[in-house]
Design a protein around this ligand. Sequence first.
Ligand code: PHE
Length: 454
Amino acid sequence: MSKKVQFASKIGVIAATAGSAVGLGNVWRFPAEVQSNGGAAFLIVYIGCVLLLGIPVMLSEFALGRAGHSDAVGAFVNLKSGKGWRGVGALAVLTSYLILCFYMVVAGWTLEYFIESLTGDLYTGAVQGGGAMRQQFAGKMDDYIVDSVNPLVYTFLMIVMNLSVLLLGVQKGIERISNIAMPLLFVILLAFVAFSLTLSGAPQGLAYFLNPDFSKIDAGVVVNALGQAFFSLSLGMGILITYSAYYPKSTNLLRTSLTVSLLDMLVAIMVGLIIFPAVTTFGLQGEGLRGATLVFVTLPEVFAQMPLTQLWSVLFFLLLLVATLTSTISISEVAVLFIIDRFNVRRRNACLIVMMPLFLLSSACSLSMGAWDGFKILGMNLFDFLDSLTSNLMLPVGSILLCIYMGWFAPKGLFMSQLSNGGTLRSSLYKPVCFIVKYLAPMLIAAVLISSFL
Ligand code: PHE
């Protein structure tokens, strides 16, 4: 890789990395996990997972990426690791590409809802109150997702949008869009939090979100919290290995990982502060907060009952669009850098090689929920199959192998020297981090992996 490709500023490093971390995971999965796993009790376990395991694993990816200074496979090559370890890099590239195939479809829905909010079509003919309205939005979502044309068109638009940013390169594309997107995201979030806290159901909603019900905590909840932490921090996908190849030598890895994790948790908590008061106020707390239902049915119902319906709806889907775009870009870049470095291809061509097949692959994922839903793999449609294969199996396996590599097989002293920038930085946390990566993280992730199959 050309030595010159680097993020230009410290802010850029944080914005791009946090941009990858903050995504649908925070908005789409987090509230549902909180709701079904004991409110704040889940939050506490989740924060514990981020601090104890998420940050150390993130640091191993950073150290590997910056020292290896290449794509997820090339990093192992440059560090002169055995051939088998390249397979770990290859697994990360494959995992991220599979995730990209279906994540792009969700990105397409987000764009569709953003545009439907702008034009007002989402709310035309919205009947007020109760089950009828719910049915109406649920019906709309079904139409949007199951349809054989619309979702494909919007997914294609998202692919083109990603491609345009990627073609502009690391500094002018990825870094610049992140520098704009992240502040924008926080401003919109703050506006939502401020408004949500004035709603009449705010005290009750907050009480639900912030009162821990420890009786709900069991092994299953810990498994969920860990899975959520890893997905939300973009671990095990090769993304952080790829991005840290663009980190300057002076970047303080520990501080970066702390900042990114805190920002990611902050966004998740702010989303909680928005969602729980809002659904309580409008009596929707009993309804699904899970994934697509929350975002595409329950929240439009909330907006429809609020003053300035269209404004809030546009702002929300803009927020989601921005968060999704910076995530899809980061995950696409894993494959782009892989093609550039492994096959010596120019960036422009690499971007095309990576993004073009998505027109077909993402279409297949989208159609698998409608016209093609007769085609099942292990009883799941293609979309759900890819989702569960990557989240439940490939991501944890990749993370375990990465920890084993960093803890046991990487060149001696590499991890420490990356953490301390060649001995120029000091922190009492370096030793515990190394210990966690060596022993605790692989064992705990393995336990989670095994228990999820029991
Ligand atoms: N951290 C991302 C999220 O929360 C996970 C992700 C990143 C998924 C990139 C896909 C692509 O949504």
